[in-house]
Design a protein around this ligand. Structure first.
Ligand code: FMN
Ligand code: FE2
Ligand code: FE2
Length: 409
């Protein structure tokens, strides 16, 4: 195998996972990669490892460059199993002089692998470590996205090894951002941010400010998933700047589920009203859209319109599941509205309103319910609702203050 060189004596030695389609509930339609990097210097250093089943691929890549027994240091930027699952076997095989990690990293490693006698070397934020010709420095990125997470920066080559941040799930034979389709890359990066980082956005914002303040020259960002950024660094940093404030694009999402189609008819009416107001929208039926794709749209949307009929005094399970997922990720800065058909008790709209209130969405309508199948007058009301949402959204985007309605149902 021809080694992939990022800079002189810095190599990608990770593994490509063409198979995974589900990553703890996130749909990885394009597979993923587990990136690990090898630095050849007086102290040979491996940055991160790979998921357990991919150990052979990692070792094969290392062996094409150097005898693995020559590795002195292993840096663990992040303890999650996709980057550390093969660590016990790799440590056994390599017998490293140091396992370099953050303070929280050591704690997490002990709780994962229960090895008291590994040669842990805890680094503090900003600490530097010379490898000979190259120098590593460490940036603690606690809760981005685990307590143990950190970045490692190689001063001489200006490469930032950014762990899960700036990554994306994308299996590809190419290793650099300028070798793949940029639209696909940005889409997968958006999906990654939406599903992994949205709830840590205030920390992302602080981190971006800190990196800007440090004025760190960055030639490459080398994450633990997907490709290495070298030509579009500005683009991904600019995107993170937008995503961390959950900036919407002025569009609306109608996210719904239905048993007998009444709620879908209502959704179509609302869509017509939005169209009349010139608001771009998307109809998202939860039966055919995966929650992680829906979240990707939510991150960049301005209005979230939820539709669900009532089932056994509650919501349909797909809507309940989606709301639980979305609530966990805590998107902000959105307008919210709920609607749905019902038969006799009609609790679903209230429950969706409750969930959106808890997420601090700006609720701009009490909610619309229709008993059983909507008739012409009901559909007119749905169109009017679409109009109302459209107008409110225009005000919201113009920066006018919108108060949540008090009397939501
Ligand atoms: C299994 C089942 C349970 C239901 N439970 C309730 C309920 O507890 N309360 C209620 O108001 N309607 C209930 N309904 C009635 C539906 O909400 C009603 O048929 C509605 O029009 C369905 O809208 P849809 O066409 O969008 O699926 C239930 C319907 C079914 C099939
Ligand atoms: Fe992770
Ligand atoms: Fe990861």
């Amino acid at each position: 195998m021809k080694p992939i060189e990022l800079a002189k004596n810095v190599y990608w030695v990770g593994a490509i996972d063409w198979l995974t389609r589900d990553f703890h509930g996130y749909s990885t339609n394009r597979g993923t990669t587990y990136n690990a990097y090898l630095i050849i210097d007086e102290k040979v250093t491996l940055i991160d490892t790979v998921k357990k089943p991919y150990r052979n691929e990692l070792m094969h890549h290392i062996r094409s460059i150097i005898d693995p027994a020559k590795i002195d240091y292993i840096v663990v930027n992040h303890v999650e199993m996709d980057h550390s699952g093969s660590l016990p076997e790799v440590v056994k095989e390599i017998n490293p002089e140091k396992i370099i990690c953050s303070k929280m990293g050591q704690k997490a490693l002990l709780k994962h692998f229960h090895q008291e006698d590994w040669p842990y070397h805890v680094v503090s934020p900003g600490e530097e470590l010379s490898l000979g010709e190259k120098t590593l420095s460490f940036l603690e990125t606690r809760m981005l996205h685990w307590p143990d997470s950190m970045f490692t920066y190689v001063k001489e080559d200006q490469i930032l090894f950014s762990s899960d941040a700036f990554g994306e799930h994308l299996a590809t034979s190419e290793r650099f951002d300028d070798e793949v389709n940029l639209d696909v890359l940005m889409h997968e990066s958006t999906k990654y941010y939406a599903n992994i980082l949205t709830l840590y956005s205030p920390l992302v914002k602080k981190l971006l400010a800190k990196v800007a303040e440090m004025d760190l020259p960055i030639k490459m960002i080398a994450p633990d998933h997907g490709v290495v950024w070298r030509s579009h660094i500005d683009k991904i940093l600019e995107a993170y700047g937008r995503w961390c404030v959950h900036e919407g694009k002025g569009n609306a999402l109608i996210i719904y589920d239905t048993m007998w189609d009444s709620t879908r008819l209502m959704a179509k009416g609302i869509a017509e009203g939005l169209q009349e107001q010139g608001i771009p929208y998307k109809m998202i039926n939860l039966q055919v859209n995966h929650r992680s794709d829906v979240m990707t749209d939510v991150l960049e949307a301005s209005a979230i319109i939820l539709g669900c009929p009532t089932l056994n005094n509650g919501m349909l399970p797909r809507m309940a599941g989606f709301l639980m997922y979305m609530r966990g990720l805590r998107p902000t800065n959105k307008i919210g509205v709920a609607f749905g058909s019902y038969g006799w008790s009609g609790e679903a709209v209230k429950l969706m309103n409750k969930a959106m209130t808890e997420m601090k969405f700006t609720i701009c309508h009490p909610g619309l319910k229709v008993q059983y199948v909507p008739e012409e007058t009901d559909l007119t009301e749905c169109i009017q609702l679409g109009n109302t949402i459209g107008k409110t959204l225009q005000d919201f985007l113009a920066g006018k203050e919108i108060n949540s309605v008090e009397d939501i149902i």
